[in-house]
Design a protein around this ligand. Structure first.
Ligand SMILES: C[S@@+](CC[C@H](N)C(=O)[O-])C[C@H]1O[C@@H](n2cnc3c(N)ncnc32)[C@H](O)[C@@H]1O
Length: 291
C-alpha cells in the first residue's frame, strides 16, 4: 500500500508537519478545516488525499501526535502510544515483574538486564520492559514505523514533562536506533553487547480472518512477513551475553535453530527462551552505565 501524503490538523503544527513530509518526500496538506468536523468528513478528506488509490496510507499529525491512517476497506489509525490511559494503567497497575515478558527476559529483584529489542515495531514490549527498569535499545528497519515510534516518544516526553515525571524516567531508558538488526547484531562491539536480545518478528496472519484485528492486518501490510527472522535468531545468539527471547504466537513453530532452553506459554503468545548463561544476581544495566 502506498504512502500518499501528510495531513496536519492544526496550523500550529505546520513546521513539524513539513519536516516529517520532507523526510518521506510527501505533499504536506493543511487539514485544519476538517479537524473538528465529524469523523466521516475527516475520513472523506483523507480519501481525497489518496490520489485515486483504493487502498493507501496517509500520515496524520494532530494533537495526539503522529499517526498512520489506512484508507480503504480497513480504515484505521495506528500510532505508537506511550502515554495514553491503557498503557499508563498497565505501567502503574499491571503485573510488574510477575508478567510473562518480565520473567522471559529474566527480570527479578536486583536484576534489570540491558535489552536489545531487535524488532521494535510500535514499541509496546520495549515500553513494558523499560517501565520495569530495563534499559532498552529499540531497532526498527521500516522508516514509517520508526517515524511513528519517534512521534510517540516525543509526544510522551511532552506529556511526561507536563504531568508525569515517572514517565520521563521510563522514556530515558529507551533509545531508538535506525538500523537493520541483522547488520547491527553482527557488527556490534564487545562493549555494546546487550544482556538480552528480544525478538518478536511478524508471523503470517490469516488476513481474511475476522479474528485478526484491523490494526494487525494494516500493520502487516505495512511491514511484510519478516521472512528473514530465522537469520535474526542465529545473529542474536552470537550477540547476547545471557539470553535471547523470542515472542511467538502460541501455535507458531519456533524459529529455525537450536531448540529453546525453556518456553513460557500464555493464552495467545508464548516466549521461547534461549539461555546462554545464568543472569547474575545484582545485574543492573543502569548502575553499570553510570559507573
Ligand atoms: C511484530 S512487530 C514487533 C512488535 C513489537 N514487539 C511491539 O511490542 O510493538 C515486528 C517488527 O520488527 C521489525 N523488524 C523485523 N525484522 C527486522 C530487522 N531485521 N531489523 C529491524 N527491524 C525488524 C518489523 O519491521 C516490525 O515492525
Amino acid at each position: 500500500m502506498k504512502l500518499t501524503s501528510l495531513v496536519y490538523l492544526d496550523p500550529a503544527l505546520q513546521a513539524t508537519a513539513q519536516q516529517w513530509a520532507s523526510r518521506f518526500a510527501l505533499p504536506c496538506v493543511d487539514g485544519s478545516s476538517v479537524a473538528m468536523a465529524k469523523p466521516k468528513f475527516l475520513q472523506r478528506f483523507l480519501v481525497d488525499q489518496c490520489a485515486g488509490e483504493a487502498e493507501a496510507f496517509v500520515l496524520v499529525l494532530g494533537d495526539e501526535g503522529l499517526a498512520l491512517h489506512a484508507v480503504g476497506p480497513d480504515s484505521v489509525s495506528i500510532r505508537a502510544d506511550f502515554h495514553g490511559p491503557t498503557v499508563t494503567y498497565r505501567r502503574k497497575q499491571g503485573g510488574g515483574k510477575g508478567q510473562m515478558i518480565a520473567k522471559a527476559v529474566g527480570l527479578r529483584s536486583g536484576v534489570s538486564p540491558r535489552v536489545l529489542d531487535a524488532t521494535a515495531g510500535l514499541g509496546s514490549d520495549a515500553f513494558v520492559l523499560s517501565s520495569l527498569g530495563c534499559q532498552v535499545t529499540l531497532l526498527e528497519r521500516v522508516p514509517v514505523v520508526r517515524a511513528l515510534l519517534e512521534g510517540g516518544l516525543v509526544k510522551a516526553r511532552i506529556f511526561g514533562a507536563a504531568q508525569d515525571p515517572g514517565l520521563l524516567e521510563v522514556l530515558d531508558r529507551m533509545a531508538l536506533v535506525e538500523a537493520d538488526s541483522l547488520n547491527y547484531l553482527r557488527e556490534i562491539s564487545e562493549l555494546e553487547r546487550p544482556d538480552v536480545v528480544y525478538l518478536d518478528p511478524m508471523f503470517p496472519v490469516r488476513t481474511k480472518s475476522a479474528m485478526v484485528k484491523k490494526e494487525m492486518r494494516v500493520f502487516h501490510s505495512l511491514v511484510g512477513t519478516d521472512s528473514d527472522a530465522d537469520g535474526l535468531l542465529e545473529a542474536a545468539l552470537s550477540c547476547a551475553r545471557y539470553r535471547v527471547v523470542v515472542k511467538r504466537p502460541r501455535i507458531a513453530p519456533a524459529l529455525v535453530g537450536p531448540p529453546p532452553s525453556h518456553v513460557l506459554e500464555g493464552k495467545s503468545n508464548r516466549y521461547d527462551v534461549y539461555t546462554l548463561e545464568k543472569l547474575p544476581d545484582g545485574l543492573n544495566a543502569i548502575a553499570r552505565s553510570h559507573r
